[in-house]
Design a protein around this ligand. Structure first.
Ligand code: FES
Length: 91
């Protein structure tokens, strides 16, 4: 595949993003839900800023305005179970 990839985790290409924007998906949340961009293991760390720039340019909107539309959730870090058991009584 020679086509530029926007989201590596979900294998979403640039042409898929452009087509979705042209079909009317014109917010980051809509694009995420439609294409699953940003829903992969990295949670959009690399692709959401790129997607925002593409959307801002294609929709001719200011980038800060586009960036405000997405709710970024920090990735959760796994914690060992023993961490939660320490200090508890053994009744
Ligand atoms: S590159 Fe898009 S979710 Fe990881």
């Amino acid at each position: 595949m020679d086509e530029p990839i926007v989201c590596r985790c979900e294998e979403v290409t640039l042409s898929q993003v452009i087509q979705a924007i042209d079909e009317g998906y014109d917010t980051l949340e809509e694009l995420k839900r439609h294409l699953r961009v940003g829903m992969g293991p990295c949670q959009g760390r690399t692709c959401l800023p790129l997607l925002a720039r593409i959307l801002a340019e294609r929709a001719r909107r200011p980038l800060p305005e586009v960036m405000e539309e997405v709710s970024i959730r920090p990735p959760l870090a796994p914690a060992p179970v023993l961490l939660f058991l320490e200090g508890q009584d053994e009744d």
